[in-house]
Structure formats: structure tokens, C-alpha cells
Ligand binder design. Sequence first.
Ligand SMILES: *Cc1c(COP(=O)(O)O)cnc(C)c1O
Length: 443
Amino acid sequence: MTPSFSRRTLIGASTALGMIARPGRVRGSTPNAKPAVLGGEPVRKKAFPGWPIVGDEDVSALVDVLRSGAWYRGSGDRVRRFEAEWADRLGVSHCVATANGTSALITAMNALEVGPGDEVIVPPYTFVATVNAVLIQHALPVFVDVDPETSQIDASKIAGAITDRTRAIVPVHIGGNPADLDAVMAVARDRGIPVVEDACQAHLAEWRGKKVGTIGDLGCFSFQNSKNLTSGEGGAVLTDDARLHAECLSFQNNGRSEGDMPGTFGRNGANLRLTEFQGALLSTQLTRLESQARTREQNAASLSALLDEIPGVTPARMHEGTTRNAYHLYMFRYDPAEFAGLPRSGFLKAMAAEGIPASGGYSPLYREPFLRRTLESRAFRASFPSSTLAEYEERLDLPGNERLCEEAVWLTQSMLLGTRQDMEQVAEAIRKIRAHASEIAKA
Ligand SMILES: *Cc1c(COP(=O)(O)O)cnc(C)c1O
């Protein structure tokens, strides 16, 4: 905690700045209204658009599968049809559907033969599944720090993390904002290391006009309930490489050689198949993805323009090669110094009171118990020198991630499916909280 003397000085300085230096920024009388967290009227009483969105086509597609009795991919053609549609939409030769995004990543790791003693480069600012897909192969996730400005892996640090055990590099397009794929692909090609894109949050995002998930050797998607394209659970692995495609198809179907029934068992595998219900639902949901993506982009652009006018909130920067952001999340960073020292938790609470649900996003994954427990497991002790495991935690020096985990604020993708007025209300709530930040901080 800051001593109260210097804290009061800070509050005084930033309040004065807000009132004197930026008079034009405060629109109308709203900022003078009492914040909802202090008992005033909330900026917004209506809920944001819900998710998922269900139409009659979804209902009839599901009922058709139900009545047909062909409920799994071996007896129907819905999964295969969706695979062809998704590959076509992304401009890639092959797509294998899987039970979920986690199993898409596990399938990709198996296609590349990532195994005991290997290392895989991952960013720490991601969903735990990216890391678990490596650990489950008894391979070591090597964290390369993120750039807090973009929330993406800092590709300039990848080369320094490569060893002769590095078997794959996994850039994650977090929030749907593409990682720097020029830099990632350059270092990967230079060292001959395969790239698996974790595009689980990046449906239709583009890098220099090409869809993300199709630029690395393999790309993985998730169709989990929260994702921009969903069937409750679901996933896919994409590739232009016929051999990798055959491995993925076989792996998700218990190692059947042709991928289909009955087949011979050519390799090890698991049952990670998508059901026909999910395949049918994804095809109908897919008909709306493009227009939803456009709405998200337009609303995100409006919101970014509004936030650019408010000191202390900074939208995530996009890399220069980004031609489309999928906005699974709208991410910005919050600076308490511009809000009279009001901590992020207080800001989030005040936003919720104004009717704007926002979250602080990920916490540092490597402080969760799962990592140490896995490193201490029998399989890891058998696969790695004890010195590697002993030094692992000491090497976790990730200041970019630490900072981002403290500063990030997320809005979910469905909040971007409404109107421009919704975005104005988000900005209005932030301006109101900022104008009253010292009172909120003291309350
Ligand atoms: C959702 C997600 C996954 C895993 O997907 P599931 O379908 O939930 O298994 C992996 N990586 C990232 C970045 C995700 O957001």
C-alpha cells in the first residue's frame, strides 16, 4: 500500500489534470452524475447481446440429425461437410474436426510427435489448455514472454528460448488479435521447427490477408460455448500438409488408418471425434459468422476511437501485418495512476455497477499448482534431467506477462454484437468512473 500522504498527492494531481487539462473530453453532464457504485444511476440497465445465438435453421439441423439416427461421424456426413466448409472458408486444403480445442491441440502435438524430453515454446498469456496439450505429451512448455502492448507473444524473444530439444512453437492469437506471424514464421523456418497456431480465439482473423490458423504447419480452433463459432464443445485442426492431415485424421479416430470406419489401426490414437449434432450445428452457425465478425470489428473500431480519448485506458495494439482482428475479446489496459490510484479491482466493480461487465482476464498460469505437480510426476522425472526440472521455476522471468495480468481488462465478444450506442455507454461508464475515481477509491 502507498502511504496515505503520497496517495493523496497523487489523487489531487490526477483529478486536477482531469478537470483542467482535458475539458473538451468530458461530454455533456454525465461525468457529474453519481457513479452507480456510490449509489447513483447506472449508465446502462439493459443486458448486452446474449451468446450463443440460436435460429430456426439450428433447430431444424439438429432435429434432422436426431431423426436420422446417424449421430456419430462414422454413420453420417455432417462432420465431413462442416470440415469441408471450414477448410474452404479459411482457404486451406485440410480440416479435421475434433471434440474440442484442447483435443485439437493434443492431436496436433501427436501429429508432430511431440514427446517425452521435448520442449515446446508457448506464451504464458493463454488459456491453460495450450500448456496442458504440451504437458500431456510429457513435454516441457517453455514460456516466452508476451508484449503487454499487444497481449501477444514477444517474437523477438523466441530465438533465445530455442534449444536442440525444441520440437514446436505455439503462437496463440489471444483475444483474436493475431500474433506477429512474420517474426514467428521467420525464426521457426530458420531453425526448422514446426509451428502450431493456437487460433482457438481467432476465427476469421487475418495476417496480411491470409486467415490465421492456416499460416503455421498446423492451426487449431475451438468451438466451445464462448467462442465466436460454437457448438457447445468442438474443435478443428487445419493444415495444407497431406501427411500431417492423415496423422490428425487417424489420431482423433483411435488410430484408424483411413480415418474412417472400420479401417485398420495404423497408429495409436484416441476417440476425439466430433458428433454429427455438432457438425450440423457448426454448419448453420457458420452462415452467420462473417456478418457477426463485421459487427464486432465495427463496434471495436468505435470503442477504440472513444477509449483513445480517455487517459488511462489503452486498447491492445495490433501488429502491423494484422488485416483482421477476430475480437473474441476486446482487450485494453487500465492505468490506476490516471484514475486517482483506484485499483483495477475497484474499477471492474464500478464498471459492473454501471451495467458494463468486464473482467481482469488471466492470472499468471505458472503460479497455479498444476505445473509443479506435473514436473514432479514420474513421467517427467523419467523424461528430463533433474537439473532441468530443478531450474525450471527459477527461469520463469516473465515481466511482460506479470504486467499484463495486472493491467488487462476484457470485454467479451458478444458485447460487440450490439450497437454503436452500446459502445458509447461503455466509454461513458469509464469517463464517469474516472471523474469520480478518488471518491470511489476512498469508499
Ligand atoms: C478455448 C481455448 C482453448 C481450448 O479449447 P476448448 O475447446 O475449450 O478445449 C485453447 N486455447 C485457447 C487460447 C483457448 O481460448
